[in-house]
Design a protein around this ligand. Structure first.
Ligand code: PMP
Length: 460
């Protein structure tokens, strides 16, 4: 056993394996230990203040230390701290939350299934769709279509849907039948001389070709984030989602909208599918559902899917899927209170109203010598760092400029997410115009200091 250490940082280094972390680097530099949070700010264990420009992991909609969520958890803990939802057992918070989510989502959506994480929710979707197609007598209709740079989680099935090399490499993924289509990011994946409309047409033609080659009778579903977030914050090109929807409908392929980041107002609409004008058969919801105060996710799905699953559950005895914490009473009670706050304070409206200021703030960095592209929608965005603005050439040592930016950002009191050399911002939905100005000021200072740091390291 590792001996107890005096300092938190030493104890962390000695005992913790961190997600998404270069552990040897971590052993050298240690953790940033966050001690408390208040509104859009967090404070480390030396008392230093940071604006949490990524809302934790894209998720703390109502800000940190909202007493109403603590009180909702406390009330539920005292009344019924735990119960399950297996074998027809139920409890009020999970019933009321399912009812609320069905009411909030598009009219074709009719049921909710609860999990504790987005990854579990997407694994559930894979299994639900397989179960449904077995029930409907189409055992070959099992493949998923996803996109390169899509993010859908890290468990075995959801990690297979994810289209990022670091989540596959050396994990033996993908482990389920999935085809990753071209990433719909024009700046990086557009061909020389191609305009955005031609790019969209090429992506849709690729989708048609893959369906023709693989056979529509082998493809169950298309999964995508309305706006691809964790892969680098990439809004889709105009016409993309309309085209995907048309093609999937023509081939009886279900559409899964992974709303884990876009859901609950991030893009200024209740759900991301509404921003881009498509109607999914299945939705994955998480993160802002509880402002991440409790782990919770939900799969929302249409009535035909429910009917096939319900019929099969009677035929073979049960829908044999579920988690100990499916619909956990404390998590669902906190979600209900969180959604009430989002509504009462019109936080989705706040995102819609502040979109122009936030996106203009990002666009102001587009002229910076290190920035290749500034992009986003609603209250989410990114700047992409490049070695050469004119040719869009990335830095050879990919991720180093991003890591330097993160360190400088911390010194400047701003936490954002460096995704390689893409710096992502996704502040809590409670931000004010003054907060956005402050976020952009700190980001501007970070970029200006980064110029010197990049030169000092000789990055090219
Ligand atoms: N889907 C999307 C779109 C996500 O952004 C994430 C997490 N960032 C997930 C799924 C996985 O969620 P979790 O980390 O809760 O498993």
């Amino acid at each position: 056993m590792t001996p107890l250490s005096n300092s938190l940082a030493d104890a962390d280094i000695a005992n913790v394996l961190h997600p998404n972390t270069n552990m040897r680097q971590h052993e050298r530099t240690g953790p940033l230990v966050i001690d408390r949070g208040e509104g859009i700010r967090v404070y480390d264990n030396t008392g230093k203040e940071y604006i949490e420009g990524l809302a934790g992991l894209w998720s703390v909609a109502v800000g940190f230390s909202e007493p109403r969520l603590a009180e909702a958890a406390h009330r539920q803990m005292l009344k019924l701290p735990y119960y399950h939802t297996f074998s027809s057992k139920s409890h009020e918070p999970s019933i009321r939350l399912a009812e609320k989510l069905v009411e909030m989502t598009p009219p074709n959506i009719s049921r909710a299934f609860f999990t504790s994480s987005g990854s579990e929710a997407n694994d559930t979707i894979v299994k639900m769709v397989w179960y449904m197609n077995n029930a409907l007598g189409r055992p070959n209709k099992k493949k998923f279509l996803s996109r390169i740079k899509g993010y859908h989680g890290i468990t075995v099935a959801s990690g297979s849907l994810t289209g990022l090399p670091t989540n596959h490499r050396d994990f033996d993924l993908p482990a389920i039948p999935v085809h990753h289509l071209t990433c719909p990011h024009f700046y990086r994946f557009g061909a020389p001389g191609e305009d955005e409309a031609a790019f969209t047409a090429r992506l849709l033609a690729e989708l048609e070709t893959v369906i023709a080659t693989e056979g529509a009778d082998t493809i169950a579903a298309f999964i995508g984030e309305p706006l691809m977030a964790a892969g680098g914050v990439m809004p889709p090109p105009v016409g993309y989602w309309e085209g995907v929807e048309r093609i999937c409908r023509a081939h009886d392929i279900l559409i899964v909208s992974d709303e884990v980041i876009c859901g609950f107002g991030r893009l200024g609409t209740p759900f991301g599918c509404q921003k881009y004008g498509f109607t999914p058969d299945i939705m994955t919801l998480s993160k802002q559902i509880t402002s991440s105060y409790m782990p919770l996710a939900a799969v929302l799905f249409s009535d035909p899917i429910y009917q096939a699953i319900a019929d099969n559950s009677e035929k073979i005895g049960m829908f044999g899927h579920g988690y100990t914490a499916s619909g956990h009473p404390v998590a669902t009670a906190v979600a209900l209170e969180n959604l009430a706050i989002i509504e009462e304070r019109d936080l989705m409206g706040n995102a819609a109203r502040l979109e122009a200021q936030f996106q203009a703030g990002l666009q102001a960095f587009a002229d910076h010598p290190l920035v290749g592209e500034a992009r986003g929608a609603g209250l989410i965005g990114a700047v992409e760092l490049v070695a050469d603005k004119a040719t869009r050439k990335p830095f050879d040592k990919l991720g180093r400029a991003g890591a330097l930016a993160s360190t400088i950002g911390h010194e400047e009191g701003l936490i954002f997410r460096a995704i390689g050399d893409q710096l992502a911002l996704c502040p809590p939905l409670i931000v004010t115009p003054e907060d956005i100005t402050e976020i952009m000021t700190r980001m501007g200072r970070t970029l200006d200091r980064l110029t010197g740091a990049v030169a000092a390291e000789g990055l090219a």
